[in-house]
Write a protein that binds this ligand. Sequence first.
Ligand code: ARG
Ligand code: ZN
Length: 883
Amino acid sequence: MNARPDAASLPIRLADYRAPAWRVEHVELDFELGIDATEVAAKLLLRRDPAQDEPLRLDGENLELLSIALDGQPLPTTAYRTIDGGLEVDGARDGSVLETRVRVQPAANTALEGLYLSGPRETGFLLTQCEAQGFRRITYFPDRPDVQSGYTVTLRADRARFPVLLAGGNPDGAGELEGGRHWARFVDPHPKPSYLFALVAGRLEKIERDYRTADGRDVQLKIWAEADAIERCHYAMDALERSMRWDEQAYGRNYDLAVFHVVATHDFNMGAMENKGLNIFNAKCLLADADTSTDDEYRRVEAVVAHEYFHNWSGNRVTCRDWFQLSLKEGFTVFREQSFSADMNSAPLKRIEDVALLRRAQFPEDAGPLAHPVRPAEYHEINNFYTATVYEKGAELVRMLAGKLGAAGFRRGTDLYFSSNDGRSATIEDFLAALGEANGVDLAPYLAWYGQAGTPHIKAHGDYDATRREYALTLAQHTPPSAQQPHKQPVPIPVKLALFGTDGHMLPLHLDGQTANGGTELVVVLDHAEQRFLFRDVAERPVPSLLRGYSAPVILECDYAPAELALLLAHDPDGFNRWEAGQQLALRACDALRDGSDPQAVTAWCDALAALFDDAQLDAALLADLLTPPGEIELAEREAVVDPARIHALRQQLQQRLAARLGAERLDARFRRLAAQTTAALDAASQAGRRLKQRVLQLLALLDPALACDHAAVQYRDAPNMTDRLGALAVLARHGATRSVEPLAHYRARYADDPLALDKWFALQAQLPGEGALARVQALEADPAFTLKNPNRARALLGSYASGNPTGFHRADGAGYRYYARHLLALDALNPQIAARLATVFNGWQRLEPQRRDAARDALAGLAAQDRLSRNLAEIVGNMLRG
Ligand code: ARG
Ligand code: ZN
């Protein structure tokens, strides 16, 4: 703590990368486990790079060194010294063996990095989190991903207190010790970087399943959780099996150990972690049952289980050379996870969900003071770079590459990538080279995407010449400058497109110089600042459908007339672009309401949706999404000066217009029909029905809140699952103030002992808009169940308030900012990673209207002036104020 990102502490730079001077060929770890103190003995077989002449330096933080010996000889204190964040040792040679013994304090570890305690000290269990740099809080080690070692791990502990002992790799013996203690050993046959090490010890229950891989290996799948949660792990087990099959078929990847452990904890900084053979999950991303999980949460569990499993190849077998390459594993794995989810569920709905997330989370990041390339050039604190840009934009880049190569070509490319980099730590260049080489194409131009921050804007303009029957489409790209990069290069942007006739049919395409003529969809690549594409034999003035399936992560500006967007909304068979046309039309409608200009777009949007409302062909979940305009964050992104209260009011007004156009009777009738079909089933149709039902109820509440609350009260009482229960509660809390008091209390009592369900109770109330929000949040903070020490709980209350409640957080008087900044400071003393993550909600503060902007700046400057900030929070706050 207290290293600050100023001139005194220099950033880590990609350009400074050097191969390690010392490697560890093999490491033997011995743990004497205890809640308050754990002793770790490490035996490192060292290998020296003959080309380098560096002393042996090991990373280490918060370690109490008990003993140290080199090649069997205890070292005198003159032969080693602690340096900033580590240890320097004299006299090591190639082949030397270094032995250290250190003590760490799991129960005192509130940062949840390294070895820590989950739950109460009497009953909780011990576990580790090492990515990115937590291993150095367990033992002295070259804690960097390009050092890969064989691991032999022995755990010793009191049997009654720690009946279950787990580490990554294959089991290699276990037995009893004196005094009620026992031991267990694990050997990992696959060399791995230290960030993939893990152990778990404590009282845990398990469910098991036998699995045989496509290449014939028998694997035991075991999911572990505390006793009260173990029955909620069956869905994750099914999802795991589906993921393993899918990776065999889609990528030819088989699992490679005899056991695969998955563990759930309530105390976790992130969603989950792909430790080799021992994945550890935030319980929120693993546990699922009808009584406590919403449909969205079920899908999230499936996706995260898949994500961590897929890392076994994209991350573990092939890992990253350095942390700048983080997107090599994360972007690729998110893409793999998205493809899996699309195959398991609905592909267009998944695409809509992913793009909505990209726009809500990544675009603002890319447009603000925290903007960084998918492969950053420098950082102070790597944990601050597990961002939407590295993950979600990174996944979009892989998607573009996959699209360019086609399914078979991409598979050839990934096969070559995996085989030629297996067991290595690789770079983004290695990835592009393998994909390109397998297909005989040069993908080097795509590297520009990885090095450049900011979202490209594309301007599209069409000209139709009726006499020549020609349609000329002009595309131009521009990426706005960012703090570090004033000048941006053009990047290759694949634009998948179709042309529509006025009757709503796609026209055959004849593009100059492009083969496969006569089809109705093709991809053009915009790789210059501006290009013109000429289509011949076009029978009528067409309506272009551009960036179909969202073929590139860009912002498209096209001079559509409202009626043209309405035509695409009514007819585009590309489910994503159909939704997109509706979103664009809704944005136009918002502009019209804001400016008091021609209301044509409002009418066109409402009419188009009214026409689709009873379309029996339309998927209910897609209809629910079509009926939802872009969110307040997206609306704010388009404004030069942001007034969150005005944006909220505008969006409400737009939804009001839609509700009025549909009419209370129609909405009520639709709600009743959907409510009559309610079951607890999880199939796609049932989920879609619930999603639409909730959307219809929300719209009805805008017209007739009393009636909507009547429906919600009944739905809350009779709900057979959490989706219906929470949906009803949200409508009551939002529209029925006093009518929500009793059900909120009922929910609080019903789920008093269920942390995940209680988190939803905090989050729901923290997101209720309006002036009363801050007082409500303060009251919730006084609830005995609230604690800053649990990341899920802190996120549920503070995160939901700041990022899910624009009007409540962005109070004009700045009280929301001051309250929040105080809590960030308190949180920072406990858990810097979470504090830094939650601080990013201030992103975009510079564009707030002056009164709020000044208040936000004061809150940030007040934080920056503190002299005990963690490196994590100091970097975020510093960048925010600089940008
Ligand atoms: N690799 C994990 C994943 O699957 C994320 C772990 C990040 N941990 C951290 N402390 N930044 O996405
Ligand atoms: Zn990941």
